[in-house]
Write a protein that binds this ligand. Sequence first.
Ligand code: BTN
Length: 250
Amino acid sequence: MFGKKRIHFDSIDSTNTYARQLIRDNRPSEGTVITADYQTAGRGRLDRRWTAQPASNLLASFVMYPQRPPDEWGGLPLLAGCAACEAIAVVSGLHPHVKWPNDVLIGTAKVCGVLVESGSLGEQGWAVTGIGINVNQLAFEGEFRLEPTSLAREAGRSFDLDTVLTTLCTSLDSLYRQWTDEGNAAVIARWKKLTRMLGRRISVMDGGESRSVTAIDIADDGALLVLTDEGLQESVRVGDVSILPEDETA
Ligand code: BTN
């Protein structure tokens, strides 16, 4: 179902912004995907920008009308990260892994980001799941919180963007169906298989504060469970986390 209807732009401000407007104006069918060769105002989490060179990377936003209760929608970013991670592995043969809440990394570098936005129109809840995968871009200019990479940089060859999109749609179809039928537990189990961060020391940044804790699990609602140095278990729901190198664990 994902990708059966596709709206493509050579250039647009943001595929997520367009999808949100489309939902308000036209109620497109679930699974409709908005793609673009270029975004003039691509958006990331926490009000960050998402930039990509023209016609190099996958920039896609998927329309969803989730049937699960709203308190389970925290599973959507995990679901999208898993779908992207699996699609990247299938098309490239590389070994990506997921980082809470919604990044896909190859080694320590970021290859994909997910921005889920949601709301409701009367009784109808909606979500727009935006996925940016760095596919063929070789050089990245600017300052990045996590070093960026792309499939082409890692694999040493270029990839067909439509094939990446089709593979992503197949992964999303399967995971979203499973989530609709079984809820967050199924997605969290999948996510745990695709991550390398559980059991690792991580830095949690919330506002201006940063502290080191140990990542231990994912809660039923999608929050990250951590163990503080004082032995307390806490849930992280917002902010940013980074995995500390093995030799910085003191
Ligand atoms: C992040 O890592 O902070 C999330 C990045 C999400 C980027 C994608 S690209 C397609 C869609 N349109 C946007 O403006 N953002 C998302």
